[in-house]
Design a binder for this molecule. Structure first.
Ligand code: G3I
Length: 371
């Protein structure tokens, strides 16, 4: 009898602990504010990174594929689509009731080589490029119609000074390639949310151009629901005030803000916050100072920086649709190889042993504070 009671109490204790764990998850804490998401790598999508998958399902309410929905993977050869990984990714999200994001339809990078050229290697005409864009967008978006809830339709098309990136899309179609992409996406799934996504989207001239694009599309009846502010940030840049101003400005232009691709690097940066993958710098030991762990003062600074950002997100929760981390654990982060290859960075919310860092609980507590 005594044994049964002890066992009963133990079961109760275990289920209480489990309840508390769920009680304290990020997704529960932010349930009434905005989606809280993460990017998923291929091992996570394929179920071979089981520990990360457990974190993803218990902590996050939204997912985006870190790589497998980019055009070079989805359509490596013209007309030959490869959907196996993306299908598994979408199935994972549906099984776990998540808000699924597609990343990304039109991007100058991670794009298959054939996209812009004819059989002689010459630039295709505007008409051919439009047809290729339409076919890619329509095939991909239609496949996941009603299941992928939001698309990064165009990624990284504007420079920090507000000019258009001189990509092949721009060279061949001019500024019109952006509205065209949104129009094709809207036709393929009228109910999906459609976003323009970019990094350094707090640079004032960049904000202006993005807002002009948004307004121009809206005035022509082309839907755009949100701006994705990639948040690949460091300890010092950007200033919180400039980031906040951008949130407010985008919201005033009538779109929601998605905080996308978030991580805070703890390492020195040679130049700030570019996320342009071709901008790399040669390895130097002084740029990799914390191979054995973060010193306490840096850890504190890093944690405070996260808390400042999340305070800001909560302050503007009416303008924010989603906050998405760019990965789960530190060892998975692209920041270990960017902008300097082979460093040890600590940018994400879960450590290399799959444990939540203390900042996670502190972020959760922020949601309980009175504003
Ligand atoms: O798949 C190959 C694998 O077969 C090979 O063994 C390995 C060796 O390096 O490389 C693997 O490919 C890598 C791929 O990620 C998958 O891990 C590529 O080299 C690597 O360049 C690629 O990097 C991705 C990068 O986009 C490419 O542009 C990062 O994981 C991904 O985090 C990053 O994400 C972008 C967003 O899409 C857009 N915004 C900026 C952000 C950071 O660059």
């Amino acid at each position: 009898m005594k044994r049964i009671i002890v066992l009963g109490l133990m079961t109760l204790a275990v289920s209480n602990a489990a309840a508390q764990k769920t009680e304290n998850s990020l997704k529960k804490a932010f349930k009434d504010k905005f989606y809280i998401g993460t990017a998923m790598s291929l091992p996570q999508i394929n179920g071979t990174d089981v520990k990360s998958d457990q974190i993803i399902t218990s902590q996050f309410s939204s997912i985006v594929a870190e790589n497998c929905m980019k055009s070079m993977f989805l359509q490596p050869q013209e007309g030959k689509f490869f959907f196996d990984d993306a299908d598994r990714f979408v199935a994972f999200g549906e099984k776990n009731n998540m808000f699924i994001i597609g990343h990304t339809l039109i991007w100058h990078s991670q794009l298959p080589k054939w996209f812009f050229v004819d059989k002689d290697g010459k630039n295709v005409s505007a008409e051919v490029l439009k047809q290729r864009m339409k076919n890619h967008i329509n095939t991909v978006v239609s496949r996941y119609k009603g299941r992928v809830k939001g698309w990064d339709v165009v990624n990284e098309a504007i420079m920090e000074d507000g000019t258009y990136r001189k990509s092949k899309f721009y060279e061949i179609l001019g500024e019109e390639f952006i509205p065209l992409a949104f129009q094709y996406a809207q036709e393929a799934d009228p109910n999906a949310e459609l976003y323009y996504n970019d990094y350094n989207e707090w640079f004032p001239e960049k904000v202006k151009t993005v807002i002009n694009i948004v307004k121009n599309m809206k005035s022509r009846g082309i839907r755009v629901d949100g701006v994705g502010m990639q948040t690949h940030v460091g300890l010092d840049t950007p200033k919180l005030e400039e980031y906040e101003k951008a949130i407010v400005d985008y919201a005033s232009a009538g779109v929601k803000v998605n905080v996308t691709e978030m991580e805070i690097s703890a390492l020195p940066s040679p130049w700030g916050t570019s996320a342009n993958v071709s901008d790399t710098v040669e390895y130097q030991a002084k740029m990799n100072p914390y191979t054995k762990g973060l010193p306490q003062n840096v850890q504190k600074e890093w944690e405070n920086r996260y808390l400042d950002f999340f305070r800001l997100f909560i302050k503007h929760e009416d303008k924010i649709r989603r906050v998405t981390m760019w990965g789960v654990t530190d060892n998975q982060s692209w920041k270990n190889d960017f902008p300097v290859k082979g460093r040890t960075d600590y940018p994400l919310l879960f450590d290399r042993n799959f444990k939540a860092k203390p900042v996670v609980e502190k972020i959760i507590q922020l949601t309980k504070e009175k504003k």
